[in-house]
Design a protein around this ligand. Structure first.
Ligand code: SAM
Length: 203
């Protein structure tokens, strides 16, 4: 298989080589909570990594399921929760094989999509649609990290650049409802940015 493997991610966590990791929850999550866009519900966090967002959501009273196929990531998330005496449902599984027993109200997608090789995006997007209830919402942070070699057709990552046109093709209307651009842009200390978009499952 082309692209990063479970072992790749386990190794990155074990070595502490995690440049995507802010050491804290994404500021955009705080904004969504503050303005009431995101209210306590049954929520899935795929590719949860170290679990900062999982802990914030659990603290805010959400029924959180955190999914990651890296045992190291799940261990970090568990530790964060234990440190703050919080509870969440932790699932160590491949997002491209796992199936929940019932759908979610909301998915918080922060840098799991950009961690997958683009050949896998269609499968992952279709799964996210099935994981949501009709009318459920996808709170997405689409990573913007266009590398110079993309001009020659090179596909480089992770993170794989989540071009807005590709996102429209992946989550097309009318299957998904889109807000009008421009979208809030969150910058990351490592030089990349994320576009914050809330999509709604329409069918
Ligand atoms: C770039 S990290 C982001 C972690 C976290 N969301 C954050 O923003 O700090 C990508 C995460 O997705 C996980 N991941 C990648 N592919 C996955 C898959 N197929 N199934 C489950 N988790 C996956 C990795 O193990 C890693 O924890």
């Amino acid at each position: 298989m082309v692209g990063p493997t479970r072992n790749f991610w386990d190794q990155r966590f074990a070595e502490g080589n995690t440049p995507w990791d802010r050491g804290a929850a994404n500021p955009q999550l705080g904004i969504w909570l503050l303005v009431g866009a995101l209210k306590p519900c049954r929520i899935l966090v795929p590719g949860c990594g170290s679990g900062y967002e999982v802990a914030v959501l659990a603290q805010e009273g959400f029924d959180v399921t955190a999914l990651d196929y890296s045992a190291e990531a799940i261990a970090r998330t568990r530790q964060h929760l234990e440190d703050q005496n919080l509870k969440a449902n932790l699932v160590e599984a491949d997002a491209l094989a796992w199936q929940p027993d019932r759908p979610f109200d909301v998915i918080y997608e922060q840098t799991c999509l950009c961690a997958l090789y683009p050949d896998q995006w269609r499968d992952y997007a279709d799964r996210m649609q099935r994981w949501l209830k009709p009318g459920g919402r996808l709170f997405a942070l689409f990573v913007q990290f266009l590398r110079p070699d993309a001009a020659d057709g090179q596909i480089q990552g992770p993170p794989y650049h989540c071009d807005i046109n590709a996102m429209r093709a992946l989550f097309p209307e009318p299957r998904w409802g889109w807000p009008k651009p421009p979208y809030p842009r969150t910058t990351h200390p490592r030089g990349l940015a994320e576009l914050a978009v809330v999509l709604e499952r329409k069918d």
